[in-house]
Design a protein around this ligand. Sequence first.
Ligand code: NAP
Length: 335
Amino acid sequence: MPTQSREIRLASRPQGEPGLDNFVFATVTVPDPKPGEVLVRNVCMSVDPYMRGRMNEGKSYVPSFEIGKAMEGGAVGRVIASRDEKMPAGTFVQSIYGWREAFVAPASSLQIVDTSLAPPSAYLGILGVTGLTAWVGLFRIAGLKGGETVFISGGAGAVGSAACQLAKMHGCRVIASAGSEDKVAYLRNQLKVDYAFNYRDGEPLDNLKKGAPAGLSVYFDNTGGPQLEAALYALANYGRVVLCGGIAGYNRPVPGPRNLMLAIGKRLRLEGFIVSDHFKELPAFLSEAVRALKAGTLTSRETFVEGLDAAPAALLDILRSGAGNIGKMVVKLSE
Ligand code: NAP
């Protein structure tokens, strides 16, 4: 009996904020695996802010989604039929074949994940690209050191919550922002950051002055926009800015910071990065993260939505200021 899989395709390119009509569902028959291939049923999949950029036409560091074709993204699934002895049925694997229920692929294009260490969804979040992004940004790009003061915008999100915890583990003073009172309470009470504020309530700069009276050593920027401008004012001389993401401008470009000139007088360093350039760091990151997860000093927080039908709305949600997710947004697909 051939395997059927529902998948989500890009129906049209959004202008500004995307809507549910930019996505369309289809059902395909998945072929049986050939030698060296496996058939995988996805257990969970990721929705990520960078996917908004892939809905646009044009050149970027990842190719655009094609209209009428299945979208792609991180997923963890279980092998249900195998023609590769290294990946028998039952193996959990990580792939880029999200946005669908099942697929066939060469075993060599998939990575085995160890579900005895953490549940499958953790490999989309704290033990996956998300955690690695936080770690690379803090320690490889900014060179953050114990005792320094770091401001992390988007602090209650997937990358931000990992960054807050890693910076605390390394003995730093952590200032973090988020867009709702629930998220600020999570930052204060669960992640135990030193100062948390709602960037939609009052001026970010007033909060940064309160949270870091002596100035910031590092700003981990997940948002761009007004928080980047505030951070430039609040950075101490020789401060560093890690340009990780600019979600405030993903649906509509936002003007650049009006005070960029401060970078000269304060001798600031601003550096962007793309995590895929740093995949070789994964073992170094995991050796620290797995130990900390077992010890309970690092925690994995997820917001789950159920079923493939919920995936488009979950993506729209993470692109909204103050909306839904705390920690990593994960779409559950099957047990
Ligand atoms: P996330 O933080 O879990 O989800 C996105 C969050 O962004 C939302 O929950 C929302 O939180 C916030 N947001 C939405 N619109 C906003 C706006 N207009 N202004 C300010 N905040 C807004 O997503 P993530 O996966 O962890 O990604 C965080 C950032 O890292 C993104 O910018 C992403 O593109 C970037 N990133 C970069 C790399 C890299 O290689 N450089 C890799 C992964 C991710 P609030 O309720 O707090 O507003």
